[in-house]
Write a protein that binds this ligand. Structure first.
Ligand code: NDP
Length: 444
């Protein structure tokens, strides 16, 4: 058994019932094989991989709150502080009924490599709760957020751990969380990112993940003497990442013909009208189905299957494992050429391999969606410096960071003779910096 196989077997046996975490570790370890082979003795002696796959700590806590009927509800809260070798823990908070330790460990593990790829000094972490903000009143969301922060505030800080948003955590939730932190600690510090513009937030943070995905896609296309202009695209999800990916890719001349939510998908052959999606999702907090009621010629289909819509570019921006092998086969059969992951691990391992083996340029989430956390790190910088950069300045920095990530990923793949294998490139480039720091800091 190779060292990476041994460590993977150990992860499976020591972390039972955590399939998403196993999946994320498997992808990374398989990619690292070529690097480990060169230095196996040293890595084994230092137990580098055993340390890398074990979170520095996991905080798990009770979150009691009172609903609008006066009934006490209890949710689970977590923060996974995975790796602080290159900076304070940084990663989002997810509020969704599916949240459990496995999902947060997979997200925290991915975050280590993603944050490293940004070139900024941020370590990997992730947190959240099985609380579902959907259908809750503003007062209920506030009550939950205040209770969640009462406990979480003991473990975070501007130089310690800086959470942000993720699924189910947008500007409203960050506001309630920040208010409670400030009240408990008496500190006006950059402890959360994704803040509002009047209280320490950064311009372009809302758009950053989606814009970044498209900046990355642009780099991949250019590297293959191609361009986004004139392409037909499908973007999954209709949340924060999806909306701003659609905005930027449309600006660069592509036509987006389909989007979805967890209930179904809409197909608009004339091109998705983003102002209507924004109104449904950002203003009314409604369902994507309403798009077909409002736009003539648009068709709504209940359930999964958005990948059946023919496209050149597919941007999965909803959730983990949304695109499986069958979906990947359909994309290839329909001539899709590019997949860049806006969501975290939205493609299964089998789906990823199939796409890569069938000529699709595939960029994994840890590189393609890193623009969000990178801009969060720029928000931290602005908070520390007590100033605000203009939208143009932040966008330019974001664009530069995405170009740089592409270069690092592309170079790492080429160094190992695996041209265009961006999965391997991203994992290796992310790993090298973290391991260098871990080695320098001794056995901690
Ligand atoms: P949002 O909560 O804003 O949006 C999520 C979207 O995905 C919603 O439209 C949701 O639909 C849809 N969705 C969720 N589950 C499914 C499903 N099973 N099938 C189809 N659609 C589904 O989250 P974000 O846009 O912030 O995050 C999306 C992804 O991007 C996540 O994987 C997240 O980890 C990742 N990401 C986010 C970053 C950010 O800055 N926000 C940064 C980097 C990565 P519904 O409303 O029905 O639930």
């Amino acid at each position: 058994m190779s060292y990476t196989e041994e460590v993977y077997a150990r992860v499976v046996s020591q972390n039972p019932g955590e399939p998403e975490f196993h999946q994320a570790v498997k992808e990374v370890l398989e990619s690292l094989q070529v690097v480990i082979d060169k230095n196996e003795e040293e890595y084994r002696k230092l137990s580098i991989l055993e340390r890398l796959v074990e979170p520095e700590r996991i905080i798990s806590f009770r979150v009691p709150w009172v609903d609008d009927k006066g009934v006490v509800q209890v949710n689970k809260g977590y923060r996974v502080q995975f790796n602080s070798a290159i900076g304070p823990y940084k990663g989002g908070l997810r509020f969704h009924p599916s949240v459990n330790q496995s999902i947060l460990k997979f997200l925290g593990f991915e975050q280590i490599f993603k944050n490293s790829l940004t070139g900024l000094p941020i370590g990997g972490g992730k947190g959240g709760s099985n609380f579902d903000p959907k259908g809750k009143s503003d007062r209920e969301v506030m009550a939950f957020c205040q209770s969640f922060m009462t406990e979480l505030s003991k473990y975070i800080g501007a130089d310690q751990d800086v959470p942000a948003g993720d699924i189910g955590v947008g500007g409203r939730e960050i506001g309630y969380l920040y208010g409670e932190y400030k009240r408990i600690k008496g500190l006006y510090e950059g402890v959360l990112t994704g803040k509002g513009l009047t209280w320490g937030g950064s311009l372009i943070r809302t758009q950053a993940t989606g814009y970044g995905v498209v900046y990355m896609l642009d780099e991949i296309a250019k590297a293959h003497n191609d361009s986004i202009e004139g392409k037909t695209a499908v973007v999954t999800g209709s949340g924060n990442v999806a909306i701003y990916a659609v905005e930027k890719i449309t600006e660069l001349g592509a036509k987006v013909v389909a989007m979805c939510d967890s209930n179904g998908y809409v197909y608009d052959p004339d091109g998705i009208k983003l102002d209507i999606v924004k109104d449904i999702k950002e203003v009314k907090r409604g369902r994507i189905k309403e798009y077909a009621d409002r736009v003539e010629g648009a068709v709504y289909t209940e359930g999964k299957g958005i990948w059946n819509i023919k496209c050149d570019v597919y941007l999965p921006c909803a959730t983990q494992n949304e695109l499986d092998l069958d979906g990947a086969k359909t994309l290839v059969a329909n001539g899709c050429k590019y997949v860049a992951e806006g969501a975290n691990m939205p493609t299964t391992l089998e789906g990823t391999t199939y796409l890569q083996e069938n000529g699709v340029y595939f960029m994994p989430g840890k590189a393609a969606n890193a623009g969000g956390v990178a801009t969060s790190a720029l928000e931290m910088t602005q908070n520390s410096m007590r100033l605000s950069w203009s939208a143009e300045e932040v966008d330019e920095k974001l664009h530069g960071i995405m170009k740089d990530i592409f270069k690092k990923v592309d170079d790492a793949a080429k160094r190992y003779g695996l041209d265009d294998n961006y999965v391997v490139g991203a994992n290796i480039a992310g790993f090298e910096k973290v391991v260098d720091a871990m080695k320098a800091q001794g056995i901690v």
